[in-house]
Design a protein around this ligand. Structure first.
Ligand code: FAQ
Length: 318
């Protein structure tokens, strides 16, 4: 990893320029000088984000062969492919920071880097496809729209396109659930049961509470993050409640209630022990997700070798 330091310019001057760029709300670009901690934090967050998009293909991918119609199958296939694309933009953004894509994947499959807790829950019914679109993509949008203003240029720009696609994902999930809610009692029950399972894990996507989040303060100072985990969680609850009412479902939280004074919903505490278990590898689907990712990585060896050989031959002939 290198830090550009033009000859004759002191580290203090570069740091000053970096601080001014952040204070002015301008973007840090890959060739700019940046503190090692800033680079390290970004690689950590962007890699975790990239891994989440790629691992996140699995829960919904589970229903591709069993989608109930050609139309639903085409929508789902497009959505899952979009997630692959998001992973690729994000690995590219990590590469601009000096990270190596294969190295990041190896760290993921060796359990040295995290991915979002949400993808360690199984998709038990077809309604889960709709609920993931509505709540999981909904939470992802809530978290990622502010990241379009993140201080690191390539990450912020990647987020603009990602958010546009996530909005389509959220709409297709909502539309799927709305269709099921207009169906039979059995379908309505299937939707409610699915929402009951995904609500709390969706709230956990925003990360631990602010007083237990070791990275938030520094990431906010660097304007990598623009809001705290709790601020975004609250925004998500407020955004989801009217949608749930329109859909005709409830969330499994007896403490959910409108707070007139705050102009927001009060809500209960997620089970943070469960969150810790899931992010330390003990969730229902962790082992399966990583085993699948490892197999795909190993199956892809010949493709990577062929691509490298092709690139090397092109270089020789040019
Ligand atoms: N899961 O100090 P903080 C998607 C870790 S994409 C697992 O608060 P930070 C699209 C955290 O890394 C979903 N680990 O950390 C889609 C840290 O561990 P470390 C992914 C979590 O970074 C939809 C430790 O806990 N989105 O859904 C989680 O300031 C459908 C302490 O936490 C992003 O990655 C968690 N939920 O804030 C795809 C968005 N939360 O690294 C397919 C970008 C926290 O120190 C289908 N990331 N941890 O060992 C972010 O905004 C932030 O990284 C947070 C965490 C908010 C996730």
């Amino acid at each position: 990893m290198t830090t550009s330091q033009p000859a004759g310019v002191s580290e203090a001057d570069l740091e000053h320029l970096f601080d001014r760029t952040i204070a002015d709300d301008a973007r840090i670009e890959p060739r700019d000088w940046m503190p090692d901690g800033y680079r390290k934090t970004l690689i950590r967050q962007v890699a975790q984000h990239a891994h989440s998009e790629i691992i996140g293909m699995q829960p919904e991918g589970n229903w591709l062969t069993r989608a109930p119609s050609l139309r639903r199958k085409a929508i789902l296939m497009a959505k899952v492919q979009d997630e692959a694309g998001h992973g690729l933009y994000l690995y590219s953004a990590a590469e601009t920071l000096g990270a190596d894509r294969v190295d990041l994947t190896v760290k993921l499959i060796e359990g040295k880097q995290k991915y979002s807790s949400i993808f360690n829950y199984p998709t038990l019914t077809y309604a889960d496809v709709g609920t993931i679109g509505w709540l999981v993509d909904g939470a992802a949008i809530c978290n990622q729209v502010p990241l379009c203003r993140s201080s690191f240029g390539p990450y912020a720009r990647a987020m603009i396109r990602v958010c546009k696609e996530e909005s389509f994902h959220q709409r297709q999930g909502y539309e799927l659930l709305a269709t099921m809610m207009r169906g039979t009692d059995e379908q309505r029950a299937m939707v409610q049961e699915s929402v009951n399972r995904w609500w709390w894990p969706a709230l956990m996507m925003f990360g631990p509470p602010d007083d237990k989040s070791p990275n938030t303060e520094q990431s906010m100072q660097w304007k990598i993050k623009r809001h705290t985990n709790d601020e975004l969680r609250q925004r998500f609850v407020d955004m989801s409640m009217p949608q749930a009412k329109a859909l005709g479902v409830t969330f499994p939280d007896p403490d959910l209630a409108w707070n007139e004074e705050r102009g927001s919903y009060d809500f209960g505490e997620p089970d943070w022990n469960e969150f810790t278990e899931v992010i330390t590898g003990n969730g229902a689907a962790n082992a399966e997700r990583i085993a699948n990712r490892r197999a795909a990585h190993e199956d892809g060896v010949w493709v990577r070798e062929a691509a490298m050989a092709f690139a090397a031959r092109n270089e020789e002939t040019n």
